[in-house]
Design a protein around this ligand. Sequence first.
Ligand code: G6P
Length: 364
Amino acid sequence: DAADMEKGTYAHYMLKEIDEQPAVMRRLVQEYTNASGELEVDEEITSKLNNSDRVYIVACGTSWHAGWVGKKLIENLTATPVEVHVASEFAYDMPIISEKPFFIFISQSGETADSRQVLVKVNELGYDSMTLTNVAGSTLSREAQTTMLLHAGPEIAVASTKAYTAQIGALAILAKVAGVVNGNENAVAFDLVHELGLVANAMEVLVNQKEIIADLAQEKLSTTRNAFYIGRGLDYFVSMEAALKLKEISYIQAEGFAAGELKHGTIALIEEGTPVIGLITEEVMGSHTRGNLKEVESRGADTLVISMEGLEKEGDNIILPKINTLLTPLVSVIPVQLLAYYASLQRGLDVDKPRNLAKSVTVE
Ligand code: G6P
């Protein structure tokens, strides 16, 4: 069928979609650049954000993970506090809402029932809202007051890849533009167009390291029952997404958590050969994460570090080209997507259609 043709020479949609990410990043910048070469976002959206005293991000799954990175971007570039919520929890256990909230629903499909349920309540309460989605005209897009599109092209593989990076890219653009409107110093100084160009180039370098990453997957993940991702700050958020990718398609019991929490319980699970993958993109936090990796190594763990150039450690490393500190999730996620892909492939599993999962979940 038509969808099969789109796959072209790729064995799986997931690999195709991973490879598309540099192009998606460049297209996103183009789509949000106006005739005078400036980044631009619908004024209704930036003014709603700037008039609010607190942003509430509501999402599920991978979109929720992108939301955590969005929190950092919005807080850094607009100085507006941001809360990030899982939709299914928010619906039943609503937190105290500030006086002038702005709700951002993140949903690749725009059809997720858990998120929609919250949007229905938000509309009843008369709060301002926006949906960030890949699908124009989707339910969440129609029902929110405003929409930002991801322009990522159809995402077919159940495991979300290019939508995650497009969501983060779009949230960066939103934060930058809203911040500039408000005269925020960080936002004014942030040359996002240039930085996203560097991100696209770095993504390209990484998608061209498939053989190295496939070998590492073979070595570390082909037979293991469990695996751990650890990181701090933004690296922690990517660790959660990394673990989800691995769970979804390789069925490895994976956990992503804050590196410092390791010693408060999880370290009891480390045995001879347990894979522990550390993400290190920031110097300051990196030295602590390196320490945590040493602790698990001495208890037999098989470690791998995904590190920003210059922050490598002895042993196995996947090195990320240097890019802006705020944007590291856009590149550190590429190797973890590929590790999950190859782990699934090497285990002979159905990469694009994992068991028990649906691309879009329209029941609560
Ligand atoms: C499903 C998919 C996930 C996705 C989540 C949220 O569970 O399997 O990959 O992250 O829904 O989907 P959405 O379309 O709202 O981003």
